[in-house]
Design a protein around this ligand. Sequence first.
Ligand code: TYD
Ligand code: MG
Length: 455
Amino acid sequence: MSKIKSIYYCQNCGAQSATWVGRCKQCGEWNTYVEERVTVSPAASGGGKSVSAESKPLPLSEIRAGGDENRIHTSIQEINRVLGGGIVPGSLMLLGGEPGIGKSTLLLQLALSLPQHQKVLYVSGEESELQLKMRADRLPETNDNCYIVNENNTEVIFRHMEKLLPDLVIIDSIQTLQTPALESSAGTISQIRETTAELQRFAKATATPVFLVGHITKDGSLAGPKILEHMVDVVLQFEGERNYGYRIVRAVKNRFGSISEIGIFEMTATGLREVQNPSEMLISNHSDDANGIAIAATMEGLRPFLIETQALVSPSVYSTPQRSANGFDIRRLGMLLAVLEKRCGMRLMAKDIFLNIAGGLRPDDPATDLAVVTAILSSHFDIPIDSKTCFAAEIGLSGEVRPVSRVDQRIGEAEKLGYQRIFISAYNGKETAAHRIKVQRISKIDELLPALFQN
Ligand code: TYD
Ligand code: MG
């Protein structure tokens, strides 16, 4: 016989308690406990058979692995790339992102871009069939094998799946699903946990890949407890600045591939467009005499990128000068300024300094340092930097110019895009390939200015 229990769950971290508490002991958040009524069936609570009779240990050598040829290749190359070469059968994937970033659009495009003989079931708990049809009409892709249903009861969804036998299932979103096995309302921790577990069993048993959309909380983490991230095989993060058209899909967990790959898209009037050559879009066309601009050769994952850093140094009217950074860590900017003061003898104390990374990107690659410092020097002295020069090095506290990883790839990308000179650290090993681009090596920050202006 099943028995009904009431449990209080922290909606932030998933901790549970028999009574209501104001502050979660586990994560320290206030007012996050919500009462959820849980029906505990004897089987689930350990009264039933706990060991499945069907499982059998096998030697590793006898397990037949499906190679890469089993993966589903979508016609969206950027998605194939982030997933490590296509969708793995039976995998449970989670796509997280802020509202309005384009999660539903991306997955609908994905559904429409599968090979024509593959059936897709798109389950939306948020939009009606008509709304999805209107969205699909704006997209360039078409697919007659894409089925749409507006439903949030998992029992009904599983019935649809049994009838339709789809090759891919998309659930938009996990927070709208509700299993009749539990009484709590959709979006609560126990519902998220249970519906994800049901989908996981389905995915593994039928080898059908399942994509889940997950909402994101205001601090940027996935709504619902960490447990969601543990249960799925792949976690993709969809990010980007709302004001710019660029969107980046990043793998933060991938059981079947590397997590250093990213996919880049641009939101257009007809859906998301893949961006094959990111550097071109990230560098604005500035005239040769604009000062305060320097190009950094950075890496995002395994991909080299050239991005523009812009600085403005101006006399401050306040006693406390302003420091502002857009797309760059403000504390790191403070450190670079201190290095310039101390090691180059520059007086920046009475200056307002603004820094901007063009395109709304936030590179976390330390190789951006040298370009940032150059942009500041350029604005400070009112001297423009040659637009065919770029930079790739980290700056240390003692003013040393430090080596960065994958310097060959950075040099190669800069050369491909027509740059004529790149500054790197003297401590970076010799390049393995011959380059047409002039590679200039410096070891100390005070060598930068003389090196920049000698030709
Ligand atoms: P959506 O996929 O609904 O976001 P999410 O599911 O992450 O909440 O994307 C919504 C935004 O995308 C919306 O603000 C409009 C924009 N958009 C376009 O600019 N072009 C398009 O072709 C589509 C379908 C959406
Ligand atoms: Mg949506």
